[in-house]
Write a protein that binds this ligand. Structure first.
Ligand SMILES: [Zn+2]
Length: 219
């Protein structure tokens, strides 16, 4: 109890307390309409406050919502970080054994990512987003990417990915550029989901995870 009180005066101390005591911090996911989702994320330095804790919290928040990726703007931070764990996709029996194995172990943090190349044929996949619950649309993206990024220990990497892993990276990378998957659909489909998006902005949606909306309920 005393330790708890000692840490209370600052949020930074509180986060550190949770981190070292292995207590999960599930953060509310920012809903469609909030301007933070439209900002181009800023690069982070190694001394960004609570960087390790922030990354752990992002993974915990993503797992809690059964997502495969989460970008920092989705927890209200306009910075260039996203996390990915494609394990849930590995059950798909339409995929080859190799793809299943790759998806099962793909867990990565991308810091200050820069997309270098997007190439290959565009293919459609039904995407969703934790910030836009109950909306799913086919999005067309190139099949292969090459991306430069820093891992969570700030080691610089340049890697190429294809298939579903590339797809998830492209979706998350868009988030740190202020782009949402709903920007990439036809104008007809945009019109069809307009009301759904409006409802999300007003908090009229009930996902089974905690969210924060632009317009508070009851107003
Ligand atoms: Zn998303």
């Amino acid at each position: 109890m005393y330790i708890f009180l000692l840490f209370l005066p600052s949020l930074q101390g509180f986060q550190t307390f949770l981190f070292f005591n292995n207590i999960k911090m599930i953060l509310p996911i920012i809903g469609y309409g909030d301007p933070v989702l439209r900002k181009v994320g800023e690069a982070v330095s190694e001394d960004y406050p609570n960087l390790k804790e922030t990354i752990v919290n992002m993974f915990d928040t993503m797992y809690n919502a059964y997502g495969v990726g989460l970008a920092a703007p989705q927890i209200g931070l306009p910075i260039r970080i996203f996390v990915i764990d494609t394990t849930p996709f590995s059950d798909d029996e339409d995929l080859s054994k190799d793809e299943q194995t790759e998806l099962k172990s793909f867990k990565k943090t991308f810091i200050n990512a820069k997309m270098l190349v997007e190439e290959g044929e565009e293919w459609g996949f039904n995407e969703g987003c934790l910030s836009i619950p109950e909306v799913r649309e086919d999005v067309f993206r190139n099949e292969k990417i090459t991306i430069e990024y820093l891992d969570e220990d700030f080691n610089k990497k340049t890697e190429s990915f294809d298939g579903l892993i590339a797809r998830v990276i492209q979706h998350e990378y868009d988030h740190i550029e202020g782009i949402l998957f709903t920007d990439k659909i036809s104008s007809l489909k945009k019109r069809l989901i307009k009301n759904k998006l409006q409802n999300i902005m007003e908090g009229k949606t009930r996902p089974d995870y905690k969210m924060k909306f632009l317009v508070k309920k009851g107003r």
